[in-house]
Design a protein around this ligand. Sequence first.
Ligand code: NAD
Length: 260
Amino acid sequence: MSTFQGKTVIVTGGAMGLGLAASKVLAQKGANLALVDYNEDALNKAKAEIAGLAPNSKIITVVADVSNEEAVKNYVDTTVAEFGTIDGFYNNAGIEGKQAPLVDYDLEVFKKVIDINLMGVYYGLKHVIPVMQKKGGGKIVNVASVGGIRGVINQMPYVASKHAVSGMTKNAAIEYGKDGIYTNAIAPGAILTPMVAEAFKQVNPADPKAAEAEYAQRNPTRKLGDPKDVGNLVAFLLSDECQYVNGQTIAIDGGESNLY
Ligand code: NAD
C-alpha cells in the first residue's frame, strides 16, 4: 500500500466531489493536505470530515478562486509556508457550465468555463512547478474529462476547456520531465458527484433520477462511477510507486469512451 507519510499534496476543488474523495484517500495514506476551494462553508465541512477519518493528517484550508492568478499564487505560498514544499498537486477544480447548443451558448458562461477549467489549471501549473523544481521533482494530476478526449453534445466550452487540459498536460510533461516532475491527467466519465447530479437535473428537471438510470444503461458496466474509485487512481498517480508515466490522459469511465 502506497504511503504519503510526510508528503504534502494540494487539492483544488477539495471541498466536494472528486476533490473531497481523493483528499480522504490521500489523508488516510498519511498525506498532509492543503485543501483549496472557493466555497468556504463546504471547505470547512470537508476539513472536519477528513480529520475525522484521518486524525494524524495535517490539513490546512485556503479559500481561493482558481481563475484568479493572485489567489492561486497565495494558495501555493501558503502551502509552502506551512509545510515547506509541495510533493503532489491535484489540479482538480472545474465547472460544467450550462448545457446549450453551440450557436445559442451564453458567452459569459463560455468565458467563465474557460477561465476556471483552462486558466485555473494553467495558473496552478505555473505556480506549483517552480516549487517542485526547487525540490527536485513532484507529481501532478490535472483533471480533464471524457469531454477532453471526445465531443459531448451541448457542452462546447466544457469540451474545449478539457481538451486544453489534456494538451497542457502533454506540454508540462515534456517541458518538466527533465526536472523529475511527472504530469498526467485523468478523464473521468460520469462519476456521481454534486456536479453530475446537477447535470442530470438539466437533462430531466422533472425526474433527474430517471436521467441518471438511463445514462448508466449506456455504460459497458451499466453503472455510474464512484468518486472513491477516482480517488484511488489519483493517489496512485501521485505516489512514489507510479514512475515513468508522463503526459498521459487516463480515462476512468467504465470503458464508455471506447463505445462507437
Ligand atoms: P463538484 O461540483 O462536485 O465539485 C467541484 C468543487 O470545485 C466544488 O467544491 C467547487 O466549489 C470547487 N470549485 C469550482 N470552481 C472553483 C473555482 N473557480 N475555484 C475554486 N474552487 C472551485 O464537481 P466534481 O464532479 O467533483 O468535478 C471535479 C472535477 O472533475 C472538475 O474539473 C470536473 O470537470 C471534473 N470531472 C468530473 C466528472 C464527474 O463525473 N463528476 C467527469 C469528468 C470530469
